[in-house]
Design a protein around this ligand. Sequence first.
Ligand SMILES: NC(=O)c1ccc[n+]([C@@H]2O[C@H](COP(=O)([O-])OP(=O)(O)OC[C@H]3O[C@@H](n4cnc5c(N)ncnc54)[C@H](O)[C@@H]3O)[C@@H](O)[C@H]2O)c1
Length: 429
Amino acid sequence: MSSITNNPTTIAVFGLGYVGCVTAACLANLGHKVIGVDTDPGKVANVVKGEAPFYEPGLEALVKSSVERGLLTATTSTADAIAAADIVLLCVGTPSEKTGNLGLDQLRRVVTNINVKLAGRQKRLDVAVRSTVFPGTCEEIVESVFAGNDLVRVVSNPEFLREGTAVKDFREPSIIVVGGSDPAAVERVAGIYSPLGVPPCLVSLRTAEMIKYACNAFHAVKISFANEIGALASRMNISAEEVMDTLCQDDHLNISKAYLKPGFAFGGSCLPKDLRALNYRASRLDIKLPMLCNVLASNDEHLNRAIDAVADLGNIKLGIFGLAFKENTDDLRESPVVTMLEYLIGKGRDMKVFDPHIQIDAIYGSNKNFILNAVPHIGKLMVGGLEDMLGWADHIVIAQKPSTALAEAIRASGKPVIDLVRSGTGQPV
Ligand SMILES: NC(=O)c1ccc[n+]([C@@H]2O[C@H](COP(=O)([O-])OP(=O)(O)OC[C@H]3O[C@@H](n4cnc5c(N)ncnc54)[C@H](O)[C@@H]3O)[C@@H](O)[C@H]2O)c1
């Protein structure tokens, strides 16, 4: 980890709580000149004396050395901090309100206070929101306060540290995210972390805000998943630890990017069946698994969104690409496309369906039986070639990932497309 001395950038960190104080001390330790600001005079006095205002492993030593090196100071004065600052990091609290909504009072107050102190300012100020805020907040609360001041640029720079390992997490970040519409501002704020040697993810303002929520929701889901599987395993005298340890050894399908792309609802012969069996067994054992119990409901809801998007196209000629539950198979068991088509047939929609692996004349075995006996109404909609569907339809619905060649043929037809595989919710692409 290199350190930057003689860097003229001064960073004011507003809020000296868990995030702000760790950020301030770690940035100073990297060689930045940092001013910590808090409305709580006790926290400010701690930092001025070279003490951490709360317990966090490694923080006290960092605050002490940074203060001794003259790189970290603290104040309750917004005016003093803003006069010196080139970059502001907002680390104030955003606690839950009674309704569950995010409390933005501290954020509103701090940006209003800063704005008041900008009168007569000549130099640029980049304001980075490090607090966790819902997408749109940087625009609606922060940018709107500074509107009309060309010297101020706002970016989102969410924090991912964890209490208890906050200093280590800052120094070895799992990810650095900076979002904004002004590339120079985004790069300037990202630049303060450059000594850490982790390439930052530069994204849009709202994307940066959303990534933080996605990460925290993902962590919560992972914990609940492990706990629900663990509870069920333990009740059956199976080692929960061994099950989860072994699950984590699969970094191809389990701990990987696999299945983490927004897309169409799942189906097929395994996932719905096995989730049902797991939940049934858990209920027989008097174990409540609210998360696993609701996965199929979540999947149904996702399918409903797709069905609504297609139904909203109105009574036009629809060309449906794909019938099996995924590409490269002719397996129709629990295919969400079948459910969608049944709904649309019920609404009297005019459709032709093409699936590269389901040719009605050539299909055999259990799938032939299924098409001819269980869903003959769908069998009648099947066409033998993609061109038969493309030439006829007004609108194409991609319900299964096409090969590169077939995707190109669909694109070349010039027909409008709803791609359920890429957008999941039927947004036009
Ligand atoms: N604690 C975590 O582990 C963690 C991790 C990542 C992100 N976050 C997010 O970071 C934000 C801060 O979290 P925290 O745990 O550090 O909160 P905190 O409550 O510990 O600290 C917030 C600080 O802001 C100060 N403050 C309030 N109004 C101020 C103002 N107008 N001017 C200056 N200071 C002001 C408060 O006095 C307090 O010291 C939250 O949005 C939180 O969701 C927290």
